[in-house]
Design a protein around this ligand. Sequence first.
Ligand SMILES: CC(C)(COP(=O)(O)OP(=O)(O)OC[C@H]1O[C@@H](n2cnc3c(N)ncnc32)[C@H](O)[C@@H]1OP(=O)(O)O)[C@@H](O)C(=O)NCCC(=O)NCCS
Length: 220
Amino acid sequence: MRKLLRNISRMVKENLALIRSTITYHKIKLFYPRVKLGQNVRFYGPIQLRISGTATVHIGDNVTFRSSTSYNFVGINRPVSIYVGDQATLEIGHNCGFSGTAIFVTSSIHVGSYSNFGGNSSLWDTDFHPLDYRLRRVQLEGTRTSPIKIGEDVFIGANVLILKGVTIGPRSIVGAGSVVSKAIPADQIWAGNPAQFIRYIQSAPIDYNANSSQLEVLPA
Ligand SMILES: CC(C)(COP(=O)(O)OP(=O)(O)OC[C@H]1O[C@@H](n2cnc3c(N)ncnc32)[C@H](O)[C@@H]1OP(=O)(O)O)[C@@H](O)C(=O)NCCC(=O)NCCS
């Protein structure tokens, strides 16, 4: 009996989450015409958006945004937030996942398909303030900004900070809590502050059976 009640309660919660996600999806379509959303984009929990009227935002199919620990028990401590400024561009490919991620774009950020961002990770393509103290006193002009480019199948650990100008090659991994300030080539693990090379990744060859959607890992 208890098991049945638990299952019912879980089903109700899942369906409510889906309904809320669908509402958010349509609200974004209505209020943010600059945002092009793909099919089946899911929003678990509230998302904070600030998108300039001159920005370009493309989000691919099957992208998931998780904004609360109710939807990911890694310990998300803030909602996903996305700021895209004047003339700036944010492109997110298909099948990506973000948990409590802060994305701040003043020039451009590109994220390749199948990339995942761990709890409370951040992508900032700007320093936010000028380095010259005299400019800092009076204005934000003179702030350095540089595009971020993340390849496909990249895995970013929890609490990672990716700074302006960084590129990360396909399939690479960044360890939890790292601060990434330099380019990371493809197929490598980097970690630490500042993030440094840890080792190469060797993926076993796989056979993709398109009919069953199963991945079969072949002996190396
Ligand atoms: C990056 C990671 C996948 C690497 O795992 P691994 O290949 O098993 O690495 P190891 O534990 O063998 O560590 C290899 C070296 O890297 C260091 N290292 C690993 N992760 C690190 C990190 N996050 N920060 C700093 N150094 C790290 C280790 O101390 C070790 O250093 P040493 O060779 O000097 O002893 C793993 O450490 C990690 O960060 N996992 C967390 C993933 C995560 O955040 N998931 C998302 C949750 S939402």
